[in-house]
Design a protein around this ligand. Sequence first.
Ligand SMILES: [Ca+2]
Length: 535
Amino acid sequence: MLNGGLSLKKIKRLNTIGSCSVAALLALSVAACSSGTPDKPSAAQPQTPAPQQPEKKETAAPPQPVTYKIFRNFGAPEYPADGGKGHKEVLAGLEKAGLKGIDYQVNLASGTEYFTKLNLLASSGDLPDFFNVDIPTLTRFADEGLIMPLDDLLKNAPNVGKLVISKDLDALKYKGKQYGLPVGYRPEAFNGPDVSGFNVRQDWLDNLGLKQPKTLDEFYNVLKAFTNDDPDKNGKKDTYGLGAAKPSNPQNTTFAAIFGAYGIIPNFWHERDGQLKQGMVLPESKEVLALLQKWFKEGLIDPEFVITEQKQLDEKVVGSKVGIFEGNAFNVDPKQPVNLALKKATPTANVQLLAPPSGAGGKNGWPENMPAYNDIRAISAKAKNPEQLMKLIDWSASDAGFPLVTYGVENEHYTFDKAKNRINMTVNSYSDLYAQGFSNPIRFIQVVDRRWMVDEALTAMETANKYTVKNQFWSTTQAMLDYPDLPKLWSEYYAKIVTGTWPVDKWDEFVTKYYSQGGKEIEKQVNEEWKKTKK
Ligand SMILES: [Ca+2]
């Protein structure tokens, strides 16, 4: 967005001053381009006078802000084309923070459509300034020089720095440089990256006089009671103890938290005698397969779990067909869709989150989420005055900017209970915020904040973040790309052994095949890489 009708050649003739880009000078931006915290008023910042280099017959353009084009992988058809009230409020907020000369324009698309559009923009040399990427896109764009390293920019983004975690930052480095901006997390214990866990029908436990299971043995007893003892009291044997949907990522395994009770996760890397090995080849996996097969044969597990899609699992939950199911802490909140639909069908239903059951050795845990698993952003290599853009991002993570961007105007869209540190939304739904140009469409960095959820959902979030099994190696090695079918080999043996088609001893055959079909090379490379990072 070049102002004043200057041609590109003419612009290139203009000098840059300090770290200010040409575009910022053209825009006569008064916010300092040099480093400085965004919360300081601009008056305190030295204003470098822009040297006038009048071109012949060029009339000086009036001061105009740099308008950053932002493209988000997010569906919100309500979001107004002109940015609505949110746009006006954010510009006012920026000005108040001393950040003048910054404007933004947000475009939205979601899922496949988003990436199709992004790739089209990339191939036509018209990438927006700031946009969502996934890791393959990040890698490709970095190789093609389409996005810029953020390392220096982040040094001047103190608010962002406080909220992002190093594991996520590391996952978004490429060839030693930081190309991706991850989500941030507010500091409360319920604002962590892990949200998954077993949900339980607390009302079923209550109906049967049972307590929440803490150990694998107690878990097994609850599964039996939920299957055989008519927990919904309708006089029919029409329920299963345990349900799940097939994982959306083929790397993952259903009922991973049962493996967690043995201290491992099938696709995670665990240290054994100074070497990393994948959980699926460790002997504990065979023990878990035997246990799950036993539960399956006793009819405690929904037999359709291997082919169940998430939507179908939701239907089973809403239809009260499963008592414990793979879900998340969000499901505990009565305003969340699955819980809402369940309560509509069965008003007495009560969904809670279980701490993962612990095994004989006292271990327990749900697999930790992969680093930077959602909402990664990158800045175009051609972005005008990226320092200024980072100031916009950092302001949106500041005490002043964050609530406005995320929840709208205090006492109009939300109230804040400072003593309890809780946000009370006074709009009907997020959709109302989107329609006025606030919240997710304009969250320039996604910062996890769940202070608006009910207390019991927040307790569940704390539980989800407290008990996790860690993966010792998250990177991708060349051999993993060379042998992409290895996860499928595990899925096949897992499904056939658990459902009783194959005996548990077939796991030994799996281990042999694992090593002969790429696992040997993968394990070797993983250990080489891992040892480098340990030095
Ligand atoms: Ca029943």
